[in-house]
Design a binder for this molecule. Structure first.
Ligand SMILES: Nc1ncnc2c1ncn2[C@@H]1O[C@H](COP(=O)(O)OP(=O)(O)OP(=O)(O)O)[C@@H](O)[C@H]1O
Ligand SMILES: [Mg+2]
Length: 317
């Protein structure tokens, strides 16, 4: 476990747009050197949270401490330690790729011309864009543009990187580069906070993550902890029977927590929301009917399914 003070410390954060509560009492802390994920559907409040963290917006109330700096009190220090990649990254103007990065390096006061060039080259290399350095920014594809912005984010060696859906528009190879680049940044001492709609994408690159929906934090921790906190005990069970499928299906359908049962070939497949004991009872029940069972399999619903379920429940709440 990591006992160091958190690199990202958000306390009771609230963001209102008029009467609308976009971020509702968000309290969250992220230990240093983590690649930490924020997952949530459209409108969950991810970008609003990030805009406060990156000093672009004042919250209604709450506190944000990044790497020991109070972001709402000391904007200037905060901006020096933060690297932000916005969700809709501004398309660079009439500059070549390296000029765009050099311009930002100069704005951050990163040494003389040759030191800047070296740093720009390093950052381009990280996102496999070295061969595009001389291209006009306006001539880049969407994914390439995304990578230019990605190369710009760590330019000034920020202690905390905040990336809003950085993987959107990237091909699988570029996603792998992104994962490696974020891991490397964290290994070098930075803390990375990264958002996505797609959990599997975050699960691949993050050590821990949190789930937000309709402005509220629903769960936080490792993937397994989050699954547990979301209370998903839902699984899909398959009984492969040698005979009497209809009879087994009828009996199963009458049992509590069994739903959506269907029979295909030898298999009786159904959703089950009971606990382990109840599941063992089901197996025993089928055997007690004298039905010959060849296999009994369990598949947890995917994390993606759980999130859809959570978002749906919230939508109807
Ligand atoms: N400037 C604004 N004025 C009014 N409402 C806003 C404003 N910006 C965001 N909202 C509302 O706040 C909620 C949260 O928006 P936010 O952009 O933070 O969500 P998000 O999680 O980033 O969503 P997405 O996945 O679509 O990017 C949404 O319901 C949105 O309509
Ligand atoms: Mg957003």
């Amino acid at each position: 476990m990591n006992d160091a003070p958190p690199a990202i410390d958000i306390r009771s954060l609230r963001v209102d747009y008029g009467d609308f509560v976009a971020v509702d009492d968000l309290t969250l802390s992220v230990p240093p050197r983590e690649v930490f994920g924020l997952v949530g559907p459209n409108g969950a409040g991810k970008t609003s949270t990030f805009r406060v963290l990156t000093t672009l917006m004042e919250p209604t109330y709450g506190e944000v401490i990044l790497d020991g700096v109070d972001v709402l009190e000391d904007l200037e220090s905060a901006r020096r330690i933060i690297g932000y990649m916005p969700d809709l990254a501004p398309v660079p103007s009439d500059l070549k790729v390296w000029e765009f990065l050099d311009f930002h390096a100069a704005a951050y006061g990163l040494g003389n011309r040759s030191q800047r060039r070296e740093r720009v080259a390093e950052c381009l290399e990280e996102v496999s864009l070295t061969d595009q350095a001389g291209k006009w920014c306006k001539e880049l594809s969407r994914g390439q543009t995304q990578r230019v912005v990605l190369a710009k984010t760590p330019l000034h060696r920020p202690r905390v990187l905040i990336l809003d859906e950085p993987a959107s528009g990237l091909d699988p190879l570029a996603r792998r580069d992104l994962r490696n680049a974020l891991r490397k940044l964290a290994d070098a001492g930075a803390t990375v906070f990264v958002s996505s709609h797609i959990l599997s994408e975050l699960a691949e690159m993050c050590s821990s993550l949190c789930v937000m929906n309709r402005g509220k934090l629903l769960a936080s921790g490792t993937v397994d902890q989050v699954r547990h906190q979301l209370g998903s005990t839902e699984r899909v069970l398959t009984a492969t029977l040698l005979a009497r499928h209809g009879e087994a299906g009828e009996w199963l359908s009458s049992q509590p927590a069994v739903h959506d049962l269907k029979i295909t070939g030898q298999q009786v497949i159904f959703g089950f929301s009971g606990d382990d004991e109840a599941q063992a009872d089901l197996m025993e029940g089928i055997l007690a009917l004298g039905i010959r069972m060849r296999a009994f399999e369990e598949k947890r619903s995917s994390f993606e399914d759980i999130l859809v379920e959570v978002a749906e429940n919230n939508r109807h709440a």
